[in-house]
Design a protein around this ligand. Sequence first.
Ligand code: 13P
Length: 254
Amino acid sequence: MRKKIVAGNWKMNLDYNEGLSLFSEIINMIKDEVTGKQEAIVCSPFIHLHSLAQLAKGYNKISLGAQNAHQAESGAYTGEISAKMIRSVGVAYVILGHSERRQYFGETNELLAKKTDTALKNELKPIFCIGETLQEREANKHFDVIKSQMAEGVFHLDAAQFGKLVIAYEPVWAIGTGVTASSAQAQEIHAFIRKEIAAKYSQQVADDTTILYGGSCNPTNAPELFAQPDIDGGLIGGASLKSRDFVDILKVFN
Ligand code: 13P
């Protein structure tokens, strides 16, 4: 059975001390309140990761993720961070292809395919983000966009490699806007993604893939979203910066 996951994406928020205190609060609340098999992932800025990994040691309900990694193994790329460096501080996941990276840093499906390969080679599990813009949805192109993001970004992998991925559907129009996709809209796309995976690999691979929803997800709308058969959890932005909200979203799977 596929894993239920709630991942927090802190984006470029919280200085070092703020990040450490938020993470300590989250760990304590999870210890007291989370009773199911769901996994929490915190994707903090790079600066925090090593210390957060120390705090999380020996605790299996919470893992860490980076928000990006470079496509090259190492070398003359001033200011960049490699997958190997991230892995070396005890981080298990990396977000790849977030719409903010596609939009502000020009990341293409082709580049993301390389980043995915390098992450996997270094034993980092990608949380691979896909999703259409408002314009694309209004032009009724959302299924085509999702299809090509998957085909060009991750469908070059073999089934064993693909099995290490988490997919996150984040409609760009729902990110940070307070407008959530309705549970029916999200379910429709999640089912489509799972169908594409089944066609490319097998029904078994599709059934085993965790597919997260992201975009203005909060403790109020999470129960209905997560009750959909193909929604296996969430990728949470704003609400992951509040320990109470993040843990309440996680507790939907208790
Ligand atoms: P919000 O939850 O703030 O809409 O952000 C979603 C997101 O981009 C998570 O990666």
